[in-house]
Design a protein around this ligand. Structure first.
Ligand code: NI
Length: 135
């Protein structure tokens, strides 16, 4: 485990007050934990900008299961990308609509490619991908 270093940071009073208010709303017990999370988030975002970075992602798709062949196409795509697709969850939202959450793992560039293929399928009504660095 790495050591801990204490640092001093100078901030405008108003900025610090806004920061304290926000982190209290989010449930942080102290500034240090909030700052650590912000720094980790910043570094992870930078890494996600590099195509070869290893990442995990959830692709959320809402679609009409009556749409021509869409369920079959979704399954075909997942079978074609076995190394990247590690799991999926299917939820019947109502009589017509389904939510599929497909979990991907791999390089950022491959995840993005598969996500684009999934979200552009005809019949997908809403989609969103959430991606994080794998480590
Ligand atoms: Ni369904």
């Amino acid at each position: 485990m790495s050591g801990i270093e204490r640092i001093g940071v100078s901030l405008e009073t108003e900025l610090l007050a806004m920061f304290d208010k926000q982190i209290a709303l989010q449930g942080y017990q102290n500034r240090s934990e909030a700052l650590r999370d912000l720094i980790r988030g910043y570094l992870a975002e930078e890494k996600l900008g590099q195509p070869a970075t290893l990442a995990v992602a959830g692709v959320f798709l809402v679609y009409d299961h009556h749409a021509t062949n869409l369920s079959v196409k979704l399954l075909d795509l997942q079978h074609h990308h076995l190394l990247q697709v590690i799991s999926s969850i299917h939820i019947h939202l109502d009589h017509k609509n389904c939510l599929e959450i497909i979990i991907l793992r791999g390089k950022v560039k491959d995840i993005q490619k598969i996500s684009d293929k999934l979200t552009s399928l005809k019949g997908v009504k809403l989609s969103r991908m959430n991606i994080l660095t794998a480590v």
